[in-house]
Design a protein. Structure first.
Length: 458
């Protein structure tokens, strides 16, 4: 299947996109991918019940390529999610058996083999049991002290990893929990469900912060905000010519109807994976829907919420299909005026119809009245730039926090729904998995996305 990418090749621009025709998981659906922040190894998992580790490189022609390193076997059913800890010293995987397996590097003096008899460098460290149904998604706490999981049993569990036991359950959803994310500052835990809501949890007891995963922290961890609906603007056609009442007379005035923020459970993906920016400044929530007014057509979108401001989205990113996941690059990029001028941007005219739709999908911000208005500049003001990928069921769009247009748009990569994505530690490679049994690799150049910011400037 031919993929459609934007921007097109030009002098000095070398973005490479390739769907790798290798047997990732015996041609069975690949449901999740993640990069080891320490070694750069790519982990993948799927319905074949296995986790595979890959070395990402280039072939003789300079195109992205992978080499299989090893296979981890311990799950008895489909593996839905795989995530490395922030330090890369552990790997967590969750699946249809309702359990989470924590893997750690095996001691060099001990021989560890998988179920195929092959030697592996990772061993099972702990098995976390508590969910009564499939684990759909998981996320690590900062510094790897804990894990939060979301399940088909409509609940989340916060796990104390060192103690290898559940610390508390997060309840409130009335449908499958399909995505979770842990704030890099450790303050917020977010879950998203097929019940058309996202829930923001935080520990706020007695107005004081508590040590994460302590007894007091667990006692006071509660839902602080439910992201569910927004006021819907009336259809201009229905109010045209209506007689306006006197100003200040609020008697009998009906409240405007509420419109849902997110897709219902008929969405074409079984995952809704939200994500925090690596700086913790904002939260990206996929599977969004929006209508300009009551009579308008429903549009797909992804919402961005500023930290501590969950009353309304700060930014809305329109899409051409339902968004299943958002993944941020772990790298902070320099804000360079000259680099901003020379970096290629997505032009307004596109050859492909869907690329044209994506180009027109400029970010929009909420004004003081709660309405959404189009803006020509970024609503995210940071001393550095962050990049993130929004994956719909059929497309991948890469955004730059300092730009009002996508850095790149790729469509037609896979025959079936995209399930997950992951950025390499250096921030120049993006891996995308699909339920068609294959993964794609997008490799960017410095000219396209800029230079990483030196640590002394952060």
């Amino acid at each position: 299947r031919a993929s459609r990418a934007w921007p097109p090749p030009r002098a000095g621009v070398a973005m490479k996109v390739k769907t790798l025709q290798v047997l990732w998981h015996e041609k069975k659906p690949v449901l999740s991918v993640d990069f080891d922040p320490a070694t750069g190894l790519l982990a993948s998992c799927g319905t074949d019940k296995e986790i595979k580790l890959w070395r990402v490189g280039e072939d003789a022609e300079g195109n992205p390529d992978v080499t299989h390193e090893e296979t981890l076997t311990a799950h008895t059913k489909t593996v839905n999610c795989v995530r490395f800890s922030p330090g890369g010293d552990a790997l967590a995987s969750g699946g249809d058996a309702g359990e989470v397996i924590v893997w750690r590097p095996a001691p060099s003096d001990k021989r560890v083999t998988n179920q195929h008899g092959d030697v592996t460098s990772w061993r099972t460290s702990a098995v976390l049991r508590g969910h009564s149904d499939d684990v759909q998604d998981l996320a690590w706490a900062p510094e790897g002290a804990g894990i939060v999981t979301g399940s088909v049993d409509n609940e989340c569990i916060v796990w104390d990893v060192p103690k290898a036991k559940g610390a508390l359950r997060l309840q409130g959803h009335t449908h499958y929990v399909q995505g979770v994310s842990w704030d890099p500052h450790g303050e917020y835990v977010v879950s998203q469900s097929g019940d058309r809501t996202a829930r923001v949890f935080a520990s706020r007891g007695m107005g004081a912060s508590h040590q994460m995963l302590s007894a007091r922290w667990c006692k006071h961890l509660a839902c602080q905000k439910v992201l569910k609906s927004t006021e819907e603007s009336p259809d201009p056609a229905s109010v045209k010519g209506e007689n306006k009442t006197a100003v200040g007379n609020d008697a009998g005035v009906e409240k405007p109807p509420r419109a849902p923020l997110f897709h219902d459970d008929t969405m074409g993906s079984f995952f809704r994976r939200p994500a925090w920016s690596p700086c913790g400044s904002f939260l990206a929530v996929p599977a969004g829907v929006h209508r300009e007014h009551a009579g308008a057509k429903e549009q797909h979108c992804t919402y961005l919420y500023a930290r501590d401001a969950f009353h309304r989205p700060a930014l809305r990113l329109p899409g051409i299909a339902p968004a299943a996941c958002v993944r941020f690059s772990p790298v902070f990029y320099e804000r360079d005026g000259e680099a901003e001028k020379t970096r290629p941007r997505t032009p307004e005219k596109r050859d492909a119809a869907d690329a044209a739709d994506a180009a027109d999908a400029s970010p929009e911000t909420a004004n003081d009245d709660g309405d959404v208005e189009r803006t020509s500049s970024s609503a995210i003001d940071l001393p550095f730039r962050v990049l993130f990928a929004v994956c719909t069921t059929d497309t991948v769009t890469v955004y730059d926090s300092s730009s009002d247009a996508p850095v790149a748009f790729v469509g037609g990569l896979h025959y079936a729904a995209i399930t997950d994505a992951a950025w390499s530690p250096d921030g120049y490679t993006l891996a995308v998995s699909s339920s068609d049994g294959y993964c794609s690799i997008l490799r960017f150049s410095e000219r396209e996305i800029g230079k990483p910011m030196p640590e002394e400037k952060l």
